[in-house]
Design a protein around this ligand. Sequence first.
Ligand SMILES: NC(=O)c1ccc[n+]([C@@H]2O[C@H](COP(=O)([O-])OP(=O)(O)OC[C@H]3O[C@@H](n4cnc5c(N)ncnc54)[C@H](O)[C@@H]3O)[C@@H](O)[C@H]2O)c1
Length: 596
Amino acid sequence: MMNELYIDLGDIFASLPEYPVFKEGIRRAPKREFTLTKDETELALKNALRYVPQEWHNVLAPEFLNELLTLGRIYGYRFRPTGELMGHPIDEYEGKTIEGKAFQVMIDNNLDFEIALYPYELVTYGETGRVLQNWMQYHLVKEYLKRMNDTQTLVLLSGHPLGLFASKKDAPRVILTNGLMIGQFNDANNWNRAAALGVASYGQMTAGGWMYIGPQGIVHGTYSTLLNAGRSKLGIKEDKNLNGKLFVSSGLGGMSGAQGKAAIISGAASIIAEVDYSRIETRYSQGWVTTIAKNEKDAFEQAHKAMEDNEPIAIAYHGNIVSLLEYAVKENIYIDLLSDQTSCHAVYEGGYCPVGISFEERTQLLSSDKETFIKLVNEGLVRHYKAIKEITNKGTYFFDYGNSFMKAIYDAGVTEICANGRDDLDGFIWPSYVEDIMGPLLFDYGYGPFRWVCLSRSDEDLRKTDQAAMDAIDKNRRFQDLDNYNWIKDAEKNKLVVGTKARILYQDAYGRLKIALKFNEMVRNKDVGPIMLGRDHHDTGGTDSPFRETANIKDGSNVMSEMATHVALGNASRGMSLVALHNGGGVGISKAINGG
Ligand SMILES: NC(=O)c1ccc[n+]([C@@H]2O[C@H](COP(=O)([O-])OP(=O)(O)OC[C@H]3O[C@@H](n4cnc5c(N)ncnc54)[C@H](O)[C@@H]3O)[C@@H](O)[C@H]2O)c1
């Protein structure tokens, strides 16, 4: 027992590993805010060194200090495994339990070069959403998952493994929290301090919950959002798609990268602005964007041609969304659906690139002159707001896509964006996509997202599970069922998989039960290998987020975070294999609690 609770890296490495060579062309995280005093810097070093044997401290202390001073965080690069990481077939992992092996698959999948936003910094998506804080934790957690038996539970605090605790066979195998802070300190400055000290990690939703399945995870939701926005705001009939309609947004990153693909599946012409050319290249090489526009004029011309031909298209525009929208205003171009998916939950940490500077200049400015950077972000947000205001005045439907965009505009000083014209207590003038679209048309009926992973990494297993799910859906019950049926029918053709062979699907409780029982039968009969089912944090009830999931909730409980907390507690008491509770999620620290 003691042996299981106390492990350090000396138990894993006989000697200190070589310092790694970083692969060229892999995106690297910008410098994070660093404001620690000398004493706090020492504490941060001690916190990182606690994972490694004393005899290595002389070598590692200066190395960790250098990481802290130059990058704002200690990542422990030396301990990153050499080469590329990926979620291998489950049989290739060691462990006493299937859950312990499955979680190792998912941790590695979240850190795959093909998937992760900043793989060397353990960031999976959303600018700051991390699997764990550092590479020392990576090895320790994997070691615990190998040693864990089926009457033990691994407990983690913001990536820091507390150890294995005696539990029961039907208890969770892992319980983890990310970034939960005491209310008094629950703000961006204290958060940055705690993260630099090494005691807080930003889990986003599925990054720190180890259930990220690539941007596919959000394609289904984005497809449903666009289609239903078309139905409820543009008068599109239930059996029709978005052919001939124009959708404009920004971001081709981790989650936002789903927008072009989802627009194509829903039949729309779309233009997505992205400042970072490497992300455009990634989505283009995956076939998730159809073409790259030369400039604003070319982008709109290509979109209009596709609309005339009733053809779907996903056009990447390399540049700032504000420039694209200001061009549309100047040229009086009509847009049907408009949104934004820049990382406004981390707006001053690099998530939002100010108009007027390039992506490279943004990275430089972020580390050299944070004050000027913040000023430019605020100016950009104000221009962004004005452009949207002009566009919506002509009838365009704008929705906030759950990235804290309107809150960022408010924080930049625009009180006009508040519903009450004064403060953010009553929400904002434009709706959140949950409040206006997903809530009334899906969540209110009990439809929410869940996902499964074929742990064998076999295409054939995924095909069989797709078929089983399709067979379980009664497509004639409601239009939502038909959408879900069509989604799964075309899922393979739409080439949605990046990384592990996984699938996302919206279903209600009855649909899920049917599918789960069928999967159980298939696994029992050895028709397929092991399947891992995951609840999505975005599922009905999983998130308290006053500008998104719980926006404008009728009884004023938008200021409470008890529903999401109960989801996590309930999951734990019912024996879900992994239970996670996070602060921040998709909208930023202190602005949401999500459990799943
Ligand atoms: N609606 C949802 O269900 C949902 C789900 C997941 C994430 N989110 C939120 O959406 C946001 C995006 O998530 P992500 O994982 O794609 O983050 P990301 O950081 O990987 O991608 C955001 C992209 O926006 C680009 N960008 C930033 N400023 C820009 C600008 N002014 N013009 C054009 N491009 C710009 C960045 O270069 C980046 O590629 C986050 O705030 C996230 O929390 C929403």
